[in-house]
Design a protein around this ligand. Structure first.
Ligand code: C2E
Ligand code: MG
Ligand code: MG
Ligand code: MG
Length: 285
């Protein structure tokens, strides 16, 4: 009888749960197993120097291969990882896996000096006291230098605690790590903080790039961001570049680098290796 009651209670509970909440719970349970089951993997999107046309780095982007649902976008699960605190462990895994890939590329002789891999870092992960230690550990266990890493942070991170963020940035800079502001222009107070922040690069959000040709306001915003960055001696990367028209506009506006489907979609580690191998040969004198 108890068993039957238990089942009924469960059914009742499910009935009353919203679709959204139950989906979220399933997702959370599946995510708890994902690290142990090796279901996460990284893809790499090349970043191109606009003047030279060379690959000067890449961004590491996480993917989740769900046993039933296939490959899941980070937009669907990063917020859950953040809300549950699981982002800390997954963030450590990202760092370690990216460093391991870099080491392999160095061993193959296709990693060029000055190249960097951009790592997306969540706010909670960034302010966690153990981050610097985790970074050092990833560097030591894989044998790569911090100079190969660029941490992508967002403006929203600054709203919580600017002082702590800046302190943390200085500690990481001592390891050779540089910083980019991701999705620039979509947060707020950007200009106030930009002056104080030890950042190297501004990544212009793809929402501005998307209509750069058709929308004169977006064009003006992008030109202004690039001009400001150049005056402040900050690097610029345009995100989400999909057409040659967009690229020509960015070049004319003085943007340094870009990433986007025009050059390549995010690639598996193997495909990135092949691309680096073929471009390394091409670029040889
Ligand atoms: P993001 O850092 O702004 O990454 C850029 C997003 O734009 C990526 O989406 C990329 O695949 C996509 N993209 C690149 N080129 C184009 C293009 O030409 N057109 C269009 N329409 N899209 C393009 P993705 O891979 O789905 O990642 C989404 C977001 O998830 C990232 O935005 C980042 O905020 C977050 N994310 C990804 N990997 C990680 C990670 O390892 N840790 C954390 N904390 N967040 C991550
Ligand atoms: Mg990013
Ligand atoms: Mg972005
Ligand atoms: Mg984004």
């Amino acid at each position: 009888a108890a068993k039957t009651r238990g089942k009924n209670t469960h059914e009742l509970f499910q009935q009353h749960m919203t679709d959204e909440a139950s989906r979220r719970m399933l997702l959370e349970n599946d995510l708890r197993a994902a690290l142990d089951e090796h279901q996460f993997f990284l893809v790499y999107q090349p970043q191109i120097d606009i003047e030279q046309g060379h690959i000067i780095g890449m961004e590491a982007l996480i993917r989740w291969r769900h046993p039933e649902r296939g490959v899941v976008s980070p937009m669907a699960f990063i917020p859950v990882l953040e809300a549950t605190g699981m982002i800390k462990d997954v963030g450590e895994w990202v760092l370690h896996d990216a460093c391991q890939a870099i080491h392999a590329w160095q061993e193959l002789g296709i990693w060029r000096d000055g190249m960097k891999v951009g790592i997306n870092v969540s706010a909670s992960q960034f302010l966690d006291a153990s981050l610097t230690h985790s970074v050092r550990q990833a560097m030591e266990s894989t044998g790569v230098d911090g100079q190969v890493l660029d941490f992508e942070i967002t403006e929203s991170m600054l709203i919580e605690s600017v002082d702590d963020t800046i302190k943390r940035m200085h500690a990481l800079r001592e390891l050779g790590i540089t910083f980019s502001i991701d999705d620039f222009g979509t947060g707020y107070s950007s200009l106030t903080y930009l002056k104080q922040l030890p950042v190297d690069v501004i990544k212009i959000d793809q929402s501005f790039i998307h209509d750069i040709i058709a929308d004169s306001s977006d064009a003006a915003i992008v030109e202004a961001i690039i001009a400001m960055a150049n005056h402040l001696s900050l690097g610029t990367i345009a995100e989400g570049v999909e057409s040659t028209e967009q690229l020509a506009f960015l070049q004319q506006a003085g943007c340094q680098r870009y990433q986007g489907y025009l050059y390549a979609r995010p690639l598996s580690r193997e495909d990135m290796t092949d691309l680096m191998q073929s471009t390394a040969t091409l670029n040889q004198p």
